[in-house]
Ligand binder design. Structure first.
Ligand code: THU
Length: 134
């Protein structure tokens, strides 16, 4: 598969996307970059609302952008934030990834240590996912 972009290049894209986070309440800026199997990169960052529950995570912003721009098959997603160890996708994002990007490798890194990349599979992050309405 066309997957020329390596881990650190995708992490770099996520770092750039993070600069556009709209996080006036938590101040916790998250950046995400999705890589399609065709080699296209779609980025996103978290967007918060004064009505806190309306906040959308960086991963979902990237995924929703990608899906609504016609992308369907994903090779990887990179996620960065200033988080010791690395930021881990929340449960809601794991669910959406399990549904729409089940084959994606998940690469996460602390934005201060972008070369220390942890890697997961979506299945590993959300085993026994709910995938179909019976
Ligand atoms: N956030 C993300 O963007 N991704 C995650 O995986 C976890 C949390 C955002 C949502 C909110 O804007 C801020 O981080 C604090 O929860």
């Amino acid at each position: 598969m066309a997957n020329a972009l390596n881990k650190s290049a995708l992490i770099k894209e996520a770092l750039k996307a993070r600069e556009r986070a709209v996080a006036p309440y938590s101040k916790f800026k998250v950046g995400a970059a999705l890589l399609t199997r065709e080699g296209v990169v779609i980025t996103g960052a978290n967007v918060e609302s004064a009505s806190y529950g309306l906040t959308c995570c960086a991963e979902r912003v990237a995924l929703f952008k990608a899906l609504t721009e016609g992308h369907e098959r994903f090779a990887a997603i990179a996620v960065v934030a200033r988080a010791p160890g690395a930021p881990m996708p929340c449960g809601a994002c794991r669910q959406l990834l399990a549904e729409y990007a089940p084959q994606a490798r998940v690469w996460v890194a602390d934005s201060r240590k972008p070369r220390q990349i942890k890697e997961f599979s979506v299945r590993e992050l959300l085993p026994h996912a709910f995938l179909d309405v019976p």
